[in-house]
Design a protein around this ligand. Structure first.
Ligand SMILES: N[C@@H](CCC(=O)N[C@@H](CS)C(=O)NCC(=O)O)C(=O)O
Length: 235
């Protein structure tokens, strides 16, 4: 069986896992999950009972959810490629710390803004959600800007899976006009560099449903029905 990533559209945080798979270069498939309709369906919940993307179904049929767990799973095989570090090393601890910041503080900062947008909040509710989200997003950007400083990548000279995850969340500012990334010049520099990366361009094309040119191991998309059938056969 080929590992399969269930990714969410539109604009899911699964974007980083697609980029990570491209950078890793091993064979993989993608399974497109519309949000919120399909991600909350009973069928999808048999793969991820929480009803969220991403979930990776591994080559041996295990299901791994939560971006950080998926990235660390892929990272264990990406050490030789410089994408991650061996557990027990200072490099791994730094990567883990960065991934934890990105998957909690940075990701969650957008939560109130998404809620206001997706639930059609109006009036004072909208104002409170927007004000809270704007403050959180600005704070997370300021903290990340300080962490990045003048380094090439989030962890230093080496491009890692933290950068893959970062770009999938950082682009959310286009939906929520609460910060101008140019006020955070190091983040802006990193953002532009990643946007030009072939794996990132591939992930954008995949999300948009356009012809996507894989740099490495992409073996095509499968439907949720096919993914469920494969799971049943593997069980
Ligand atoms: N902690 C999870 C969060 C996953 C999550 O919130 N995924 C969103 C997309 S970014 C989702 O699937 N939402 C379901 C929905 O929109 O109904 C992770 O890091 O993977």
């Amino acid at each position: 069986m080929i590992q399969t990533l269930m990714y969410g559209v539109p604009s899911g945080c699964s974007f980083g896992s697609i980029v990570a798979l491209e950078w890793l270069g091993e064979p993989y498939r993608l399974c497109r999950i519309e949000m919120p309709a399909i991600v909350t369906s009973d069928a999808y919940r048999t793969i991820n009972p929480v009803g969220e993307t991403p979930t990776l179904v591994t080559a041996t049929g295990e299901r791994i959810s939560e971006s950080m767990a998926i990235l660390n799973h892929l990272g264990a095989r990406g050490i030789g490629k410089g994408l991650s570090f061996a557990q027990g090393t200072a490099g791994f601890d730094r990567l883990n710390q960065m991934l934890a910041f990105l998957t909690t503080s940075f990701f969650a900062a957008f939560g109130p803004l998404w809620y206001a947008l997706e639930h059609g909040a109006e009036g004072p509710d909208k104002d409170v959600l927007r004000a809270y989200g704007a403050a959180q997003v600005a704070k997370a950007h300021a903290n990340l800007e300080a962490m990045l400083g003048d380094k090439q990548w989030l962890l230093g000279d080496q491009r890692t899976l933290a950068d893959a995850y970062f770009i999938g969340i950082a682009r959310w500012t286009k939906y929520h006009d609460v910060v101008d990334r140019r006020d955070y010049p190091s983040l802006q520099r990193l953002f532009e560099k990643l946007e030009a990366d072939p794996a990132v361009r591939f992930a954008h094309a995949i999300e948009r449903g356009e012809t996507a040119i894989s740099t490495r191991g992409f073996k095509g998309e499968i439907s949720l029905d096919d993914a469920l059938r494969q799971q049943a056969l593997a069980a």
